[in-house]
Design a protein around this ligand. Structure first.
Ligand code: UDX
Length: 435
């Protein structure tokens, strides 16, 4: 079986390599020539653990990348993995890459082939695309369309691709299910992966529902942090206590600076926009609140710095972390960078350090100062902000750091540093939602 993957971002590039690892002949297609060249040199265009060895193993053998869409012509299965970012002019998803890639593929789809959507899309997209393909292909060519949403997490993309915790197959034709079961046969056999076979709209909704639930869980615990801050309660102990209930579970109950990244924030907004179009805005009205709580956490950290320092103008602030989460260089909608930016715009002198995301951060926010290491970033700082929970920040020695800062004030935006160790070294330690 030959496979094509359209779009080589975080999702597509890793999916293409994953398909090669499963033994298929794979071509990855993207309009970005620089990215294609990087991938063809078996180098990763973004940071993702375990990804480069997978590229090294397969590029030039079963895996190649191209900007020429015509090269998909001999593929039997085509995965659509292009982005659906938030539109500039509204909270809805920008569908131009999905629509454009389907239009570009149509002339090269052979009879009996299968188009599989993986991108996160507004419900109803798959049926619309199926019609578009049917209308545009000649009668002699029958092409089925399926939806197979992707749940990979950045930082675990390779693991999640090769060993997903479930497979969702949205199908409405005769062959799609058996073709997809063949594609994922090894995964299903080796891991006993649960497979949910369903219709197209359910498959599309599963993805946005899952991400909405995760975002809600995080904002729920952050709302509890707001209450804890006013009452002297400790949100981390609260999370432990409620998390022992299996029905609730401890995962995704870490209060802090809130969620960011290329998925959760834009997915809840796109879902709200789509629900409103369907006349069901009320059904997901709570997602506006989820978003609002999340945004408030960022403002709260800026206000904490202002409160502790008395003013922001000219004050020296060190920000540890720029990526939206550890093990990633992705700064899209990153709480860390957003807080650093707000402090800078309020007149503070902000120095940022991140182990992997410095280039991406500097591209978006060139006016911030960037340091080569955590210890260089904190030099002379009047406040240190820990905003992305990279393991190396946990290893920092509070005694050593204390020697180079101007004021021993640390705000732990992730609630993971050793509070006692900082306090014993003379620091004022401020957690979020903690006394
Ligand atoms: C998410 C979904 O997890 C994944 O299934 C989907 O395919 C894409 O979106 P990702 O964006 O890679 O994945 O990151 P994730 O690990 O889910 O974290 C999202 C954000 O939530 C991060 O900013 C993280 O720091 C934050 N978070 C997570 C919290 O603030 N608290 C938590 O308890 C968990």
């Amino acid at each position: 079986m030959r496979i094509s993957v359209i779009g080589t971002g975080y999702l597509g590039a890793v999916h293409a390599a994953g398909m090669a690892e499963l033994g298929f002949d794979v071509v990855g297609v993207d309009v970005d020539a620089a990215k294609i060249e990087t991938l063809n040199q078996a180098r990763m265009p973004f940071y993702e653990p375990e990804f480069e060895p997978l590229l090294a193993k397969h590029v030039g053998k079963g895996l190649r990348f191209t900007t020429d869409i015509a090269e998909i012509a001999d593929a039997d299965v085509h995965f659509i993995c292009v982005g659906t970012p938030q539109r500039r002019d509204s909270p809805a998803a920008d569908m131009s890459a999905v629509d454009g890639s389907v239009d570009a593929m149509i002339p090269f789809l052979k009879d009996g082939s299968l188009v599989v959507g993986k991108s996160t899309v507004p419900v109803g997209t798959a049926e619309r695309l199926a019609e578009r393909i049917e209308v545009a292909t000649p009668e002699s060519v029958t092409v089925e369309l399926a939806w197979n949403p992707e749940f990979l997490r950045e930082g675990f993309a390779v693991q999640d691709t090769l060993h997903p915790d479930r497979l969702v197959l949205g199908v409405n034709g005769d062959n799609a299910e058996s073709i997809l079961r063949e594609v994922y046969a090894r995964t299903i056999a080796e891991d006993q992966t649960p497979v949910v076979v369903t219709d197209l709209p359910t498959a599309e909704l599963v993805k946005v529902a899952a991400n909405s639930f995760l975002a809600t869980k995080i904002s729920f615990i952050n709302a509890m942090a707001e209450i804890a801050e006013l009452t002297g309660a400790d949100v981390t102990q609260l999370a432990d206590a409620i998390g022992h209930d299996d029905r609730i579970g401890r995962k995704f109950l870490n209060a802090g600076v809130g969620f960011g990244g290329g998925c959760l924030p834009k997915d809840i907004r796109a879902f709200s926009a789509r629900a409103a179009e369907l006349g069901a805005g009320q059904s997901v009205a709570f997602l506006h609140e989820v978003d609002a709580i999340n945004q408030r956490r960022r403002d709260h950290v800026v206000n904490l710095v202002r409160t502790h320092l008395g003013s922001l103008a000219g004050r020296r602030v060190a920000v540890l972390g720029a990526a939206f989460k550890p093990n990633s260089d992705d700064v899209r909608d990153s709480p860390a960078l957003s807080i650093a930016g707000q402090l800078h715009l309020s007149g503070a002198r902000v120095t940022v350090y991140d182990p992997k995301a410095m280039d991406n951060a500097a591209r978006i926010f060139p006016t911030l100062d960037y340091a080569d290491s955590a210890s260089a970033a904190v030099e002379g700082a009047e406040a240190v902000l820990h905003l992305t929970e990279w393991p190396e920040f946990r290893e920092l020695d509070p005694e050593q750091l204390a020697a180079s800062v101007a004021t021993k004030l640390i705000i732990d935006g992730r609630n993971v540093l050793d509070r006692e160790a900082y306090r014993n070294a003379g620091w004022t330690y401020v957690g979020l939602g903690r006394p």
